[in-house]
Design a protein around this ligand. Structure first.
Ligand code: GRF
Length: 217
């Protein structure tokens, strides 16, 4: 199965997908990378991996959607993966790719949709955050959840340190989610995704963890 990846920036998640697809047993390959910005560093990651890299710089949302659809069709893509794609997509595009369009977001959705999710998490004082891969629906950062990864939020975290911790698990989660899709192991049932052959952790995490350091010193 070929995936098309849409980016706007540095493309580290794209790189994780490129690296994963280099393994002989990985069931997906990256057929084309599209950026809405001509200067996105992720385009060079694609070119370095001999993957077609296309910049589509169109001020009108519908024009971008039409051009992107043509490129995705040309490369016979079966899945579109948004990876740091920072533009709201045309509703017609979302409808056309329904259930074949996925996104990664740096929070445990439905908490903290939208921009700067890591900063939102710190401001809210949550003890855990993470990332979510989900099927895309017209409303931003909504849609059936495929997979999530959790990281702790430490008391001295700032937006950068939390973003780095989350990004490290994004790079593991996105290739996993794309693999599940490519293997046909995802069934959307209403707003939920049934994963065939699901193996999940059976642990509880506490944060703060026990034993606590004595406050009295
Ligand atoms: C990631 O944090 C992703 O979750 C969000 O945008 C960021 C993209 O980073 N949607 P990169 O371009 O993949 O490095």
């Amino acid at each position: 199965m070929r995936a098309g990846v849409l980016i706007s920036g540095r493309g580290t998640n794209l790189q994780a997908l490129i690296d994963a697809s280099a393994a002989p047993d990985y069931p997906a390959e990256i057929g084309v990378v599209i950026s809405n910005r001509a200067d996105a560093p992720g385009l060079d990651r694609a070119r370095s991996a001999d993957i077609p890299a296309v910049a589509i710089v169109e001020p009108e949302r519908a024009d971008f959607a039409a051009a992107a659809t043509a490129v995705l069709r040309e490369h016979r893509v079966g899945l579109v993966a948004l990876a740091g794609f920072m533009r709201i997509l045309d509703t017609g595009f979302v409808a056309a790719w329904q259930d074949r369009l996925v996104n990664i977001h740096p929070s445990l959705l439905p908490a903290f949709p939208g921009l700067r999710a890591q900063r939102q998490a710190i401001a809210a004082g949550v003890r855990f955050s993470g990332c979510t891969v989900h099927f895309v629906r017209p409303e931003v950062d909504t849609g059936p959840i495929i997979a999530q990864a959790v990281v702790p939020v430490h008391p001295d975290d700032d937006e950068t340190s939390l973003s780095d911790r989350i990004l490290a698990v994004e790079h593991r989660l996105y290739p996993l989610a794309v693999r599940l899709f490519a293997e046909g192991r995802l069934a959307i049932v209403g707003n939920r995704v049934a994963v065939i052959g699901w193996v999940g952790p059976d642990v509880a995490l506490l944060n703060p963890a026990e034993p606590l350091v004595s406050a009295a010193g």
